[in-house]
Design a protein around this ligand. Sequence first.
Ligand code: PXL
Length: 273
Amino acid sequence: MTVSPPPIALAIAGSEASGGAGAQTDLKTFHTLGVFGATALTCIVSFDPHHSWAHRFTPVAPVVIHDQIEAAVAVHGRIDAVKVGMLGTPDTIATVAQALRTYRFPHVVVDPVLICKGQEPGAALEVDNALREKILPLATVTTPNLFETQVLAGVEEIRDVAALKDAARRIHDAGVPVVLAKAGTLLGTGTALDVFYDGQTLEVLEVPAVGRERVSGAGCTLAAALTAELAKGATPLEAARTAKQVVVSSIENRMHGNAPFDCVYQGRYVPTA
Ligand code: PXL
């Protein structure tokens, strides 16, 4: 019996040393879903235990980001789906945008990580604008959280599901084929609620909320699971549904440590039949 090789997903993302978020989370999520993971690191984040766990942020040089993407593509000869996570600087954004144009990957899931605690506020706006102008037009799917949805849709504070649906539509109409706008538990519905929109289907995806604390890496896990499922050939809606189940499991099995936030663990996810 021959066993076919797994699909391959590439995470273009930042390293977060604790393993709770970023590229480490992406790799673990790919692995748990049976997808071979490759990475191109865009930056190194290390939380500072002496300063309220502020994010210490070091960008990776653009040429090194370019080389990593080139290497991953060259070694495998194919990449079935890409997840774009934290980019962090306009130069990084320009480099990644160029690579996305060069390689034309079949699925490009953009988790629009707009700002990271610890970056200068002045730099944040420049990064937001570059992300919107250069990366989003190359995305096939985007997974903004509530704050990012407001920024990308250009709307005031989103307080209910109707407003979230409207914002998802706006982001789609601005040119992203599939939008998964994540409210998580922030709309006070007692559920973790996201809105899926692909230009035809507008669907509210909801699961019971697991606790109330925010867990580090949940957003990364959702986008990475979606990417893995697309690499496996699922439709975007199926992929989004599975991704939510992966997040539920990863939060249920979260890790408690010394920081005031827990972090997700993907390793106990068991697919439902
Ligand atoms: O969860 C967002 C995120 C993404 N990528 C990196 C991070 C974080 C949050 O800490 O450090 C590298």
